[in-house]
Design a protein. Structure first.
Length: 838
RNA sequence: GCGCGAGUGGGCAAGCUGGUAAAGCCGCUCGGUUCAGAACCGAGAGAUUCUGCGGGUUCGACUCCCGCCUCGCGCACCA
């Protein structure tokens, strides 16, 4: 039988299923390894090659760890709540429960076809009531501790669609569907106090092995900044206007104030004369999207008519509103120091407000001076230097002495809006009275609060979730009172914030996860997922873990010890001179250029994200049908470094398929299935080849440098074929080396070619023998004055004299040293010989 | 605008703490095999002293430092 993936792959997939080969063991005395992939949203479209590409790294390492004797937890599940299923429900009337179950079926089938070594007995789905019971329970714990609260938050309200939209459903201030205008309106909804964990989330980053870029992303999102809070009295009002500033030392230069247009204080301080203008400006801001507000940097604003008193100068200064001040940050109000802040400077110039320099240096007529200097026009602080934060410290001291301010730290991080006005999500387990006041959270015994089936998934038109239509479900009689359930549901990021814990104990009916099991399995040893989750999911999951840790429910403060990203699989897209897409099948490759088939029309090749619209999506089903899962896996590994984006090329996969067939022929005669392995004594040359491969592949897997590991397998396969190897002692470990990458062919060879029973997965991983993995005699470059002039062959550990003897005996070298004096010799064992002549 | 990452033959790439640049794969050329093709096996070319450009450190720079260009990603009026 020739190499036929279509028959051997299903055979071994069945074998793994029947034998529970990849089920994690409940033996806590073994060393553990937890390899986690970010679970997918089960889209109705099924898998594309990007999915297997992101799962291959964890699978390869899991397979190696099993062979190394680890108890491996490598699970898979589904992040099943989400908008596409809800959209399908609205458009086609299909219940999300049903469409999601079908999509999950399909995903599972496709994932199994890829030969991933998942422990399918631990599969979870966030939309399963047995699962979301605990998502809801964790919410009730957060609620009990005051970390879940209701507050007025801004939402994207689309009057035409009668619904609230998610941020990514809003494009340029219009709804993604239909292009209707969207407004930002305030609505009471649930939030989680992630800000309370800001400091911990920041500090924790120093304890984990994550890509620096991702840590930086989180640090920026948390956005810690040190400064002071300053109280400004308002003329004719009792409550002061509080601002946050990082530059309290510039207080003497504060010549006006700015309050965010949404700030509630605006209503009370605006004078009659200004009311109309203020209202108009507020309305204008509300209709602008967040993006618009941030891209238009032209300064606009309106004077409220109110006057504040600068506590340092005693001067009355105007209070304006402007959209360059953000309501959610700091106190939503600033003291403006136009001389030393560029934004304030631009605003002051536009509105013709006073600019007063209080730090020496620069030219404040042409731009704000935000560099160092010495305080001036600052009363008691005159002459203080700003260097080393001296002036800031002095200013804070002054504020505290005069009772009008204090040191303060703020964060950019906002609380986590934990509610969506949608159907397809976890119901929030809260009961309210008729007036809308929260009465209590549901108890553990009352959970799960199952999402009721409804007739109609379309928006209610009032902004409420479609759940408000489920009257029977909604109303609860309790102690003679009639209560109503919360109708908002949780956001998509709820269920994914703790799923890694559920995998440790997926069937537990008493708790979300027993402490014993999470203590054993956690933290995750390798977490692989896309960099797009840097500030969302990865931050939320860390917060939940921190909370559960504080409650004594889990041991570790951080869930993911080591994180790695995978790049996107892109594809070549071709455009004709009119910039129209030319399908791949109609493109002809002529050397360096590409043409439309049978014509002289040149097309431009571009690398782009795979998308249906571009017609460049590659479906794993088709790839597997043509070449098998093993070839696909090997090809994906070979494409390039795991964390880089890389283009899919159909010629490339064929090459790996050819490689697997060459590999197969090392073990079987021709295309027959007669094994050719013998117990012959291996030659030294053969041992050298295989031990080098063992060393290289083992090492590369640890580094997740899968492309170079495959390259090493290519070399070993080629060399052993040339040597005509039949020795079991060489071929057996070689088969084990390919197992993590191409597990089906490895199992088949292990069974039929090598006659080994019990499967290859737990066969002890081979060790490289240094004697064979390292060369005794090496080729070394010889440089004259740093330029390579020749090559010598010497023992790897040769001393300088030996190397020089070999070099001077070399003709090419002789030519360069003849008649010259050797001034110096640089010799590094095993690396280089450099002769400096004069 | 700020931050991060990258730039190596026609394409994808490798190159460890600075030490013979280009392993491996595609594509290309030639040869063997074949009636022919496919597949297979083998060989070879690919740098106009070379790693985006310009400088520096060094016996020696793809690797380190400075400046610039291009591309990608993230953040973005955060006081």
């Amino acid at each position: 039988m020739p190499y036929e993936p279509s028959s051997i792959e299903p055979r071994w997939q069945r074998y793994w299923d029947d034998n529970g080969t990849f089920c994690a063991k409940e033996d806590f005395s073994l060393p553990k390894f937890y390899a986690l992939d970010m679970f997918p949203y089960p889209s109705g479209k099924g898998l594309h090659v990007g999915h297997p590409a992101s799962y291959i790294g964890g699978d390869v390492l899991s397979r190696k760890r099993r062979a190394q004797g680890y108890n491996v937890l490598h699970p898979m599940g589904y992040d099943a709540f989400g908008l596409p299923a809800e959209q399908k429900a609205i458009e086609e009337g299909v219940a999300p429960q049903k469409s999601t179950a079908e999509a999950v079926e399909n995903f599972r089938r496709q994932l199994k076809m890829c030969g991933f070594s998942y422990d399918w007995s631990r599969e979870v789905s966030t939309a399963d009531p047995d699962y979301y019971k605990w998502t809801q329970w964790i919410f009730t714990q957060l609620f009990d501790k005051g970390l879940a609260y209701e507050a007025e938050e801004f939402v994207n309200w689309c009057p035409a669609l009668g619904t609230v939209l998610a941020n990514d459903e809003v494009i340029d201030g219009k709804s993604e569907r239909g292009g209707h205008p969207v407004e930002r309106v305030r609505r009471k909804q649930w939030s989680l106090k992630i800000t309370q964990y800001a400091e911990q989330l920041l500090a924790g980053l120093d304890t984990i092995d994550w890509p620096e870029m991702t840590k930086t992303g989180q640090r920026e999102r948390i956005g810690r900044s040190e400064g002071a809070e300053i109280h400004f009295k308002l003329v004719g009002h009792d409550t002061p206007l509080v601002v946050f500033t990082t530059r309290p030392d510039t207080l003497w230069g504060a010549t006006y104030m700015v309050v965010a247009p949404e700030h509630p204080i605006v209503e009370t301080i605006t004078t009659e004369a200004q009311r109309e203008a203020v209202r108009a400006y507020q309305k204008r801001t509300a209709s602008m999207s967040e993006i618009d507000r941030q891209t238009t940097k032209d300064k606009t604003g309106v004077d409220t008519g109110a006057r504040a008193i600068n506590p340092a100068t005693g001067e009355q200064i105007p209070v304006w509103i402007s959209d360059y001040v953000i309501y959610g940050y700091g106190t939503g109000a600033i003291m403006a120091v136009p001389a030393h802040d560029q934004r304030d400077w631009e605003f002051a110039k536009a509105m013709e407000l006073t600019i007063r320099q209080v730090i020496s240096g620069g030219d404040v007529e042409s731009a704000a001076h935000d560099g160092e200097g010495v305080l001036m026009a600052s009363g008691p602080l005159d002459g203080t230097t700003t260097e080393g934060g001296v002036a800031i410290k002095a200013a804070i001291q002054w504020l505290e002495q005069h009772g009008c301010g204090t040191a303060r730290i703020t964060y950019k991080l906002r609380d986590w809006t934990f509610a969506r006005q949608r159907y397809w999500g976890e119901p929030i387990p809260i009961l309210k009275d008729e007036a809308g006041n929260v009465v209590r959270a549901l108890t553990q015994a009352e959970l799960p609060l199952v999402l009721p089936e409804v007739e109609e998934y379309a928006p209610t038109g009032t902004g409420e979730s479609p759940l408000s239509r489920a009257q029977d479900w909604l109303r609860v009689e309790e102690g003679g009172r009639s209560l109503v359930r919360e109708t908002d549901t949780m956001p998509g990021s709820a269920g994914s914030s703790w799923y890694f814990l559920r995998y440790c104990d997926p069937k537990n009916g008493e708790a979300f996860c027993s402490r014993e099991k999470s203590d054993y399995w956690m933290p995750v040893d390798l977490y692989v997922g896309g960099p797009e989750h840097t500030v969302g999911h990865l931050m939320y999951a860390r917060m939940w873990q921190r909370f559960l840790h504080e409650q004594g429910l889990v041991r570790d403060p951080e869930p993911f010890q080591k994180l790695r990203h995978q790049g996107m699989i892109t594809a070549f897209t071709y455009y004709d001179p009119d910039k129209r897409i030319v399908p791949y099948a109609e493109v002809e490759d002529r050397g360096a250029h590409h043409f439309k088939k049978g014509t002289d029309i040149e097309v431009v090749q571009k690398i782009e994200k795979m998308s249906k619209r571009k017609g460049n999506v590659v479906n794993p089903d088709e790839v597997i049908r043509e070449y098998g899962a093993d070839a696909m896996r090997v090809y994906i590994c070979f494409l390039g470094p795991m964390d880089q984006d890389k283009p899919w090329a159909s010629t490339g996969i064929k090459a790996q398929w050819d490689f697997l067939r060459r590999f197969w022929r090392l073990f079987f005669e021709g295309d027959a299935d007669t094994p050719r392995v013998t117990d012959a004594e291996p030659s030294e040359a053969e041992l050298r080849v295989v031990h080098k491969a063992i060393a290289k592949v083992s090492d590369d897997i640890e580094k997740l440098a899968l492309n170079t590991a495959i390259s090493a397998l290519h070399i070993a396969t080629r060399d052993l074929a040339q040597l005509g190897t039949t020795a079991r002692a060489v071929l057996e470990p070689l088969c084990q080396l390919i197992q993590p990458f191409a597990p089906h062919i490895a199992e088949q060879i292990w069974d039929k070619g090598l006659g080994k029973a019990g499967g290859i997965s737990y066969a002890k991983w081979p060790e490289a023998d240094e004697r064979y993995a390292k060369d005794d005699v090496i080729k070394m470059g010889v440089q004259i004055l740093g330029k390579t002039r020749g090559e010598i062959e010497i023992p790897a550990d040769a001393d300088e004299a030996t190397a020089m003897a070999a070099a001077t005996a070399n003709e090419a070298i002789q030519k360069h040293i003849e008649g010259k004096a050797i001034v110096r010799v640089v010799y590094k064992v095993g690396r280089i010989l450099n002769i400096i002549v004069k």
